[in-house]
Write a protein that binds this ligand. Structure first.
Ligand code: GDP
Ligand code: MG
Length: 193
């Protein structure tokens, strides 16, 4: 059973679809992570390249993923912000070896956390401190300090070190997200009774 099947199996307690937003700077490893989460009998994947703006969407049973790069296309921001409302869980990916752009990642994270469609919701956020295999990578503790994650008080969050190419660390992250998404969703609780 693939990681995604495990996640959707539990979330599948409810009939509705669960939307997961996978966000981060370009080149952080989002597409690689999402590909690892997909079962081997790959599903339909839409890559919609509109002028300078890429959004990937794919579905598996009760899970639906929306993936986009958060930087380098400021003028398209209002296009992807439109997806915030439907997100019920966030996966935020960081390239742990890219010290130079860590500050940009932090700015994008802060902007996300302050967005009206995110700010007042207890939406779970899973951080992948990705590319841990690289020599220049800083530890997940350091990533968490650089992004000031301890300041996030009103949402459940968790950070996992990952190597998306080998698939290391993804399982731990998905397990955590699965638990939190179920907990934070009253519809699921109803279905369990
Ligand atoms: N060494 C290493 N490279 C990675 C890892 N994850 C992704 N990459 C590479 O980083 C590049 C960008 O990955 P991609 O998934 O396209 O990033 P995206 O722009 O966030 O979707 C690709 O060349 C990947 O093979 C990782 O954990 N370790
Ligand atoms: Mg990508």
């Amino acid at each position: 059973m693939g990681l995604l099947d495990r996640l959707s199996g539990l979330l599948g307690l409810k009939k509705k679809e669960v939307h997961v937003l996978c966000l981060g700077l370009d080149n952080s490893g989002k597409t690689t992570i999402i590909n690892k989460l997909k079962p081997s009998n790959a599903q339909s994947q839409d890559i919609v390249p509109t002028i300078g703006f890429n959004i990937e969407k794919f579905k598996s049973s009760s899970l639906s993923f929306t993936v986009f790069d958060m930087s380098g296309q400021g003028r398209y921001r209002n296009l992807w912000e439109h997806y915030y409302k439907e997100g019920q869980a966030i996966i935020f990916v960081i390239d742990s070896s890219d010290r130079l752009r860590m500050v940009v990642a932090k700015e994008e994270l802060d902007t996300l956390l302050n967005h009206p469609d995110i700010k007042h919701r207890r939406i779970p956020i899973l951080f992948f401190a990705n590319k841990m295999d690289l020599r220049d990578a800083v530890t997940s503790v350091k990533v968490s300090q650089l992004l000031c994650l301890e300041n996030i008080k009103d949402k459940p969050w968790h950070i996992c070190a990952s190597d998306a190419i080998k698939g290391e660390g993804l399982q731990e992250g998905v397990d955590w997200l699965q638990e939190k998404t179920v907990q934070s969703d009253p519809v699921c609780e109803d279905m369990k009774r």
